[in-house]
Design a protein around this ligand. Structure first.
Ligand SMILES: CCCCCCCC/C=C\CCCCCCCC(=O)OC[C@H](COP(=O)(O)O[C@@H]1[C@H](O)[C@H](OP(=O)(O)O)[C@@H](O)[C@H](O)[C@H]1O)OC(=O)CCCCCCC/C=C\CCCCCCCC
Ligand SMILES: Nc1ccn([C@@H]2O[C@H](COP(=O)(O)O)[C@@H](O)[C@H]2O)c(=O)n1
Ligand SMILES: [Mg+2]
Ligand SMILES: [Mg+2]
Length: 204
């Protein structure tokens, strides 16, 4: 949803950043890679120690690189299949690090097996959401639908985790958000499967 409604807004805001990087001679691939490293380090260095606020701020500082790299590629007229592949593949790495960091905390010192299981469910279902689209595209179809696309999932988990770290909100808040996110991801998988089924049947 955010991908549809907020993309134009964030593209406008982040275009000066993209232009600045271009002037420095930085390539879109470098932004994609450094951005993913920043997200992964922010998630895996801080979340497993229960440092939710710092982790979320570091992740947030790097996660918008995923919008900036695309703007740069388009402005340089250098959008490529390799760039699209790199971008999508590293998105999965960043997503896994974020939910994996929460799993590590709750399965370890956070001492809450239910929360660990919920974070793991979000990690797995989020990956299936992305796979359902990638496989459709590999078969020449589209599955560009869903109530919990990547930007939606990121906003939900980052806002909830950041607020938990900032105000020390009881764990149940993050738990409820993770339940809703897992359900929304499952719904998105079904939405994508139905979309692909319609296309496959129409082509048969
Ligand atoms: C008070 C608490 C303190 C802590 C506050 C922290 C708040 C943090 C809040 C929000 C952070 C939001 C981060 C969201 C960033 C989203 C970035 C993003 O995803 O950009 C890329 C996206 C395009 O994606 P791609 O096409 O490159 O990727 C596709 C995607 O991976 C598909 O995945 P799928 O959906 O299938 O699972 C793949 O299938 C596909 O292959 C792949 O190509 O670009 C956008 O979506 C543009 C729109 C971005 C919308 C962002 C909305 C952010 C909303 C609020 C932000 C508030 C910011 C506040 C900052 C505060 C800082 C302290
Ligand atoms: N290193 C990169 C990153 C992205 N691209 C191109 O941008 C598209 C994705 O744009 P977003 O705004 O969603 O990030 C991607 O499909 C590529 O065409 C690129 O070329 N190189
Ligand atoms: Mg991108
Ligand atoms: Mg991306």
């Amino acid at each position: 949803m955010l991908n549809r409604y907020a993309r134009a807004f964030f593209t406008r805001i982040l275009t000066p950043v993209a232009s600045f990087f271009i002037r420095l001679g930085i390539s879109p691939d470098v932004v994609t890679i450094i951005g993913t490293l920043g997200v992964a380090v922010g998630a895996l260095a801080f979340y497993p120690r229960g440092e939710f606020l710092v982790g979320t701020l570091v992740i947030t500082a790097f996660v918008f690189s995923d919008t900036v790299d695309g703007i740069m590629a388009r402005r340089l007229d250098r959008s490529s299949s390799w760039g699209a592949y790199l971008d999508s593949t590293l998105d999965r790495v960043g997503d896994a690090a974020i939910f994996g960091g929460l799993v590590l905390w709750y399965a370890g010192d956070g001492g809450n097996a239910y929360m660990a299981a919920l974070a793991l469910a979000c990690l797995i279902l989020g990956s299936v959401v992305s796979y359902a689209k990638a496989r459709a595209e590999g078969l020449g179809m589209t599955a560009d639908v869903g109530i919990a696309e990547r930007a939606d999932r990121l906003v939900a988990v980052l806002v909830a985790t950041g607020l938990t770290g900032l105000f020390g909100i009881p764990t149940v808040f993050l738990g409820v958000v993770l339940v809703l996110l897992a359900v929304a991801s499952l719904v998105t998988v079904v939405q994508r499967m139905l979309t692909v089924r319609r296309q496959a049947l129409a082509a048969a």
